[in-house]
Design a protein around this ligand. Structure first.
Ligand code: FAD
Length: 564
């Protein structure tokens, strides 16, 4: 064991001694560090299952990005919200500057769910593991984890769900009742708490808003270890802080999510454009229909840039229906960039007769390349879970567990043409190393009281560069090249005054974070002081410098200057 590891373990031990191990008490002082750790572990087993198992520690040190690695002192697999609260309270009351990082499914890119001086709480895997190991250890969690709201109109149906639940698990449970959440992410193997800490967006956001606009109530463990219920009406400041709050204000242990009747099937359509303005005009027209009756709008709208047809660029979107034998390459002149609009219409047995006409009426208003309509039809759940299919394909070729230097940007509608010229046609040229999503959303579907940062325009775009770094011998696919290219894109946006904001933001200095939050920084800071005064939570976001050890637990809460 390295000396830094031993030091970390010692630190962990010190605070745990104070809090948790009444059985060993003062005899701790007389044993050596390793034995102490063992005693800690044993002592904790009766109260909090802290683990220093190498497999747990390794899993807590990794994420989907594969670029950042921080090893915690220990890992907690909570069996209830009370476990989470006791853990945070113990750290809050300790004087060693320790931190706590909630980890959902670890699908962050830049170590956002990691810590190197504290405990990782495994909200997703950990729960499943302990639940399987010992079903009796489910005290505070609802037996099935899904509780449907009873009574009320269709609109008020909801599900209460554990914060570490994956969206795929949630979908499976609600479908048993013929219901489903309204707003999604493209990929469902993400945790509820993890996506609500960012926003949670997909092609439904233009009319339902992001996932954070579809939550009625939360249970949250604040940075002081208090377990509070919050909503628009109750503890509303905490509620709005936590949504899009990057894990800074509390750990979500329960979320009450809005549901709607689940459609049975999906008509999934793709059309192509060679002209960028025609593509974005059509996208903006279609999202402007959000207030119309269901029959007069699509249910989902996204889009992507087609640079070439290789697997690594198109893994998210590998359908171009065999019923449509058009070769995409035949539609692009001189290998130029093509844009694909992706839309869906949901239907069931009652609307199956009219879906064709409704789709046709909407497509008639669009200006895509005439021969380029690709259509497929599939069950709703297959559509929602489409990226998992692509994941399995990539996994089978060893292309999933590679570094992912992703860059996600919100771009103002007024600057999207300049972005196209400068980035898609400029910096990227014909090399992308991964899918590039581009779709607009309506700002009025976002609640400005949440902590998330968007764009000050009625319509803004998500541009997602979902790149994979490969060791293929091609210099333009290396991690270094792609990271540098991300930097060049951000530099271009800054120099050209594009006014982008990062989604799933990643910065290293507090100045950059202040710039990211802009007018919202003061509020964000105030919320941090109010709900996590000792800067315990989610240190992997690197927004606030670590709290130094102190003799008094509450000293850092009194003044904002301690954050700067
Ligand atoms: P983690 O990576 O485990 O955690 C993320 C952050 O949230 C950390 O700071 C962590 O401390 C905090 N956190 C985790 N759980 C909690 C909790 N219970 N309470 C409070 N804070 C918590 N995003 C979209 O919006 N739309 C998409 O379509 C989309 N598709 C994706 C596809 C893939 C393949 C991947 C890898 C990511 C995608 N994302 C998408 C991004 C994803 O939403 C975020 O990375 C999200 O944080 C991942 O959830 P997670 O459960 O893995 O969170």
């Amino acid at each position: 064991m390295s000396s830094s590891m031993a030091t970390k373990l010692l630190l962990l031990l010190c605070f745990v001694i104070c809090r948790l191990i009444s059985t060993v008490g003062s005899t701790m002082e007389m044993v050596d560090p390793l034995e102490k750790v063992e005693l800690v572990r044993l002592g904790l087993e009766s109260q909090l299952k802290l683990s220093i198992d190498p497999t747990d520690m390794e899993a807590a040190s990794l994420d989907f990005g594969g670029m950042v690695r921080a090893r915690p002192f220990a890992v907690l697999h909570p069996t209830s919200a009370d476990d989470v609260a006791r853990m945070v309270r113990a750290v809050y009351e300790s004087t060693h500057g320790l931190t706590v990082s909630a980890k959902g499914h670890g699908h962050s890119i830049n170590g956002q769910a990691q810590t190197d001086n504290g405990v990782v709480i495994e909200m997703s895997n950990g729960f499943l593991k302990s639940a399987n190991d010992d079903k009796a250890m489910r005290p505070s969690r609802p037996p099935s984890s899904v509780v449907l709201g009873v009574g009320g109109s269709e609109d008020s149906k909801y599900v209460d769900v554990w914060g570490g639940e994956l969206w795929i698990e949630l979908l499976t449970s609600t479908l048993e009742y013929g219901l489903a959440p309204k707003s999604w992410t493209d990929y469902l193997y993400l945790s509820v708490g993890g996506t609500l800490s960012n926003a949670g967006i997909s092609g439904q956001a233009f009319h339902h808003g992001p996932q954070i606009s579809n939550v009625y109530e939360l249970d949250v463990v604040t940075g002081k270890g208090e377990l509070l219920t919050c909503s628009e009406e109750q503890n509303s400041e905490l509620f709005h802080s936590v949504l899009g709050g990057l894990g800074q204000f509390g750990i979500i242990t329960r979320a009450r999510i809005a549901l709607e009747p689940a459609p049975q099937r999906v008509r999934w359509i793709r059309v192509l454009y060679s002209n960028f303005s025609a593509f974005t005009n059509d996208q903006e027209y279609l999202i402007s229909l959000h207030g119309r009756p269901t029959s007069e709008k699509f249910d989902y709208l996204e889009g992507f840039v087609i640079v070439d047809e290789g697997l690594i660029n198109n893994w998210r979107s590998s359908f171009f229906s065999p019923r449509n034998p058009v070769k995409i390459t035949s539609l692009s002149s001189n290998g130029s960039v093509l844009y694909c609009l992706e839309i869906t219409k949901n239907y069931d047995e009652y609307t199956a007769d009219t879906v064709d006409q409704e789709v046709e009426a909407l497509l008639k208003k669009l200006s895509f390349i005439p021969a380029s309509v690709f259509t497929t039809d599939l069950p709703y759940v297959y559509f929602l879970d489409r990226v998992h299919k692509a994941e399995l394909k990539l996994r089978s070729k060893g292309l999933w567990d590679v570094p992912h230097p992703w860059l996600n940007l919100f771009v103002p509608k007024s600057k999207i043409d300049e972005f196209d010229q400068g980035v898609f046609k400029g910096i990227l040229g014909n090399k992308t190393s991964g899918p590039i999503l581009i779709y607009p959303m309506n700002k009025n579907k976002w609640d400005d009281r949440s902590s998330v940062v968007t764009i000050d325009e009625e319509v803004f775009y998500l541009v997602a560069l979902l790149r994979s770094a490969l060791d293929s011998g091609d210099d333009t696919q290396t991690l270094e090249y792609l990271i540098d290219q991300n930097r060049r894109i951000l530099d271009f946006c800054r120099d050209a005054g594009i006014g982008v904001k990062q989604y799933l933001p990643n910065y290293n200095t507090q100045e950059e974070w202040m710039d990211h939050f802009g007018d919202k920084w003061d509020l964000f800071l105030h919320r941090k002081i109010q709900f996590d005064p000792k800067r315990i939570l989610a240190p992997g976001q690197r927004i606030f410098p670590a709290s130094l050890p102190s003799s008094s637990p509450a000293t850092s809460s009194s003044s904002s200057s301690s954050f700067s």
